[in-house]
Write a protein that binds this ligand. Structure first.
Ligand code: AMP
Length: 171
């Protein structure tokens, strides 16, 4: 997606893991939430993103990955983009049955070494998803921006579904 559209990929999870590896104060604080499968507080994540958006005026667009994860984050993103005369163009919701999702994460855990890819933490992440993140679907549906995409299938097939939607919208 980044190559095809020249977008800047922003994964809040990756940014937080970099902080954890560098053992910064922010990273150590984030670790205490991530390792339990809880969300890092909104003000921390929003602050991180504000800086990034302000420092990247020149990019043709962003692909936010794993952000926003709560309604306050979604509202803050709208405000932060509006300050720069920008807006969310579309939201791609990659959807998969819980069982398949858990299987994939457990498989990833064997190679990722991520402290949150364990059965217990995955269960907590799923619960957090339904409680705090899923309501965002309604938020973006009301704005006519939500596109649901099946996460079932091969990487190539999912790439195809995503790009066909993006192509239609940017055409
Ligand atoms: P991810 O790499 O997107 O799976 O994120 C891993 C973990 O980082 C999540 O389970 C959260 O603890 C934390 N995290 C990542 N993005 C966010 C976010 N937007 N808001 C709060 N916590 C986040």
């Amino acid at each position: 997606m980044v190559k095809k559209y020249g977008l800047k990929h922003v994964s809040t999870g990756d940014l937080l893991r970099e902080e954890m590896q560098a053992k910064t104060k922010l990273g150590m604080m984030a670790d205490s939430y991530i390792s339990k499968g809880q969300l890092v507080p909104d003000d921390v994540v929003i602050g991180m993103l504000e800086e990034l958006v302000a420092n990247n005026h020149d990019v043709p667009g962003f692909i936010f990955d794993g952000f926003p994860r709560t309604l306050p984050q979604g509202k803050a993103l709208d405000e932060m983009l509006a300050k720069h005369g920008e807006r969310v163009s579309m939201v791609l919701s990659l959807e998969l049955e819980d069982k398949e999702l858990v299987d994939r994460l457990l498989k990833r855990g064997k190679i990722s070494g991520r402290s949150d890819d364990t059965k217990e933490v995955i269960e907590s992440r799923l619960k957090v998803y339904y409680d705090q993140t899923a309501p965002l679907k309604e938020f973006y549906k009301d704005q006519g921006k939500l596109v649901r995409i099946t996460g079932q299938g091969s990487i190539d097939e999912i790439f195809e579904s995503m790009t066909s939607v993006v192509d239609r919208i940017i055409a």
